[in-house]
Design a binder for this molecule. Structure first.
Ligand code: FE2
Length: 496
């Protein structure tokens, strides 16, 4: 091809990219430095490619930091991470990476590496690169956490890690939405929360080198993911039989400000293993276990509280309730309060219909003016009317639980429509569990007679994700399918 024809072709490609709404695509592909979005400039070295995490940084600051994690072979090497805030600027070196050896055999010997890039301006995009023995193996761009007054976007979904095409399509749609962070409402990997399952069904899809509906997206290297623990993440605790179970506490680096710090204490996912195996796990997990099962953090104009609602955790426990109340009470000045936990308190699916024990949290969530609760567990999309709930109590004052259901009386704000009436009276409960695993109760789609009266919108015939735009006065919430269609949209407003 001669030079003129080649230039003409390039011009057509650039024009098509720009005209076809392609600016976002262009940025996805080429990023801040005009380099490929996910250049792996030299091969090899990684067992899990680098990904970004919020780290133990619950509060926004005048300067921000992000953790970079990766896994590599168990052999000595000189690893370094460098960052730069502006294209063309000199690279600055991040803190020396720390590492831990995982010599357990199920997922293969490896080292978990981690470092932190600090001195970042809130909301600023930056580039980072990971070097091994002075060779750059990996480079990507990421964005520091946004602070108060900086509008942001997040994506939420749950129940993704099933290694399905739908999981890949949801990952792809998530990347196209260009969120500032992603919240996963539990059941990260099926079916036992093992490291080997993360290696098979999680990292290759959410940190894929290729962006596409049948591959996934290079998401984790640029976008922090924060997660809530689901039943499939923490219920398998026999690490004699499954030594790489409970990988939740190994692969994530999130705030360590939860209420439960003591291994083996009640309300924690207690290990079921011999002393030697337990100790090996405890050494590897460090303070993350069991503390990181619950945590809270700020992002932009919102405060988030993330809870472990698996059945070993009794949310009637006064200590736990006091922690939740204190956390939400301290966040009353935040324009928005969001809560995420896996098992939804209010849902209309026939599947798991009796599992609504998290209703015992409703009074606290209402008292402290939580705006939206994000859950998964049920593999479809459901939105409640804004609601208030008074549980029926037994003689001992505790809510009556029968087969996991908490009975009581709800008051619904059925006037809220999210379009012309945008001030909800009560908490909105979203089930966004259609992130990739097999859908639940497709037959209920369109069958309104089968729904509970608190359900305002129910979509069970397609996989989907929740895209939320947040500023100081307005939330715009959209539910988007794996093929990009909008199946729900509502707006919530508040006074300045
Ligand atoms: Fe679940």
């Amino acid at each position: 091809m001669d030079v003129r024809r080649r230039r003409r072709l390039l011009a057509i490609v650039v024009l098509a990219c720009l005209v076809g709404g392609g600016v976002e695509t262009w940025r996805l592909l080429f990023g801040q430095d005009g380099l490929l979005y996910h250049p792996r400039v030299a091969g090899g070295g990684f067992l899990v490619a680098p990904y970004v995490q919020l780290g133990d940084a619950p509060r926004a600051g005048a300067t921000e930091s992000l953790a970079i994690l990766w896994q590599a072979e168990d052999r000595d090497a000189k690893w370094r991470v460098e960052a730069r805030d502006v294209p063309g600027a000199a690279w600055r070196e991040a803190a020396k990476p720390t590492w831990q050896r995982d010599s357990r055999q199920t997922a293969g010997p490896r080292r978990f590496y981690q470092t932190t890039i600090g001195e970042l301006a809130p909301g600023a995009e930056f580039a980072y690169r990971v070097k091994c023995n002075d060779t750059t193996l990996f480079q990507a761009t990421a964005r520091a956490r946004k602070g108060a007054g900086q509008p942001h976007r997040f994506v939420a979904f749950g129940d993704g890690g099933a290694n399905s095409y739908e999981q890949m399509a949801i990952a792809y749609r998530t990347a196209l939405a260009r969120p500032d962070f992603v919240m996963v409402a539990g059941d990260l990997v099926y079916s036992k929360g093992r490291l080997s399952e993360y290696l098979d069904k999680f990292f290759p899809i959410y940190n894929s080198d290729l962006l596409g509906p049948s591959t996934g997206a290079p998401l984790l290297r640029s976008t922090p993911m924060l997660v809530a623990p689901g039943n499939h993440d923490l219920l398998e605790r026999n690490i004699d039989v499954y030594p790489d179970a409970l990988a939740y506490f190994l692969v994530w680096s999130m705030p360590l400000n939860g209420p439960l710090a003591t291994a083996g204490a009640r309300n924690t996912p207690v290990l079921n293993a011999t002393e030697a195996h337990s100790q090996a796990f405890l050494d590897l997990a460090g303070p993350a276990y069991p503390k990181m099962a619950n945590y809270a953090f700020d992002y932009g104009d919102a405060h988030w509280t993330v809870l472990d609602t698996n059945l070993y955790t009794d949310w009637n426990d006064p200590t736990l309730r006091a922690w939740l109340e204190a956390d939400l009470a301290a966040a009353q000045d935040a324009p928005w309060r969001f809560v995420a936990f896996h098992q939804p308190p209010f849902h209309s699916s026939i599947s798991h219909g009796d599992e609504q024990q998290t209703r015992i949290l409703a009074e606290i969530l209402e008292k402290y003016r939580v705006d939206i609760v994000f859950s998964g567990h049920i593999h479809n999309y459901q939105r409640s009317y804004p609601l208030r709930f008074v549980p029926q109590r037994g003689p001992d004052g505790r809510p009556i639980e029968k087969l996991g259901r908490v009975n009581g009386r709800w008051t619904l704000d059925t006037l809220f429509d999210g379009k012309t009436r945008t001030r909800p009276d009560g908490v909105i409960y979203l089930v966004t569990g259609a992130g990739g695993a097999r859908l639940y109760d497709s037959h209920q789609n369109g069958n309104n007679a089968s729904l509970q009266e608190f359900t305002a919108r129910f979509v069970s015939n397609t996989h989907s994700l929740t895209v939320v735009d947040v500023d100081a006065t307005t939330l715009t919430v959209r539910q988007i399918t794996a093929t990009g269609e909008e199946v729900d949209r509502f707006v919530v407003t508040r006074d300045k």
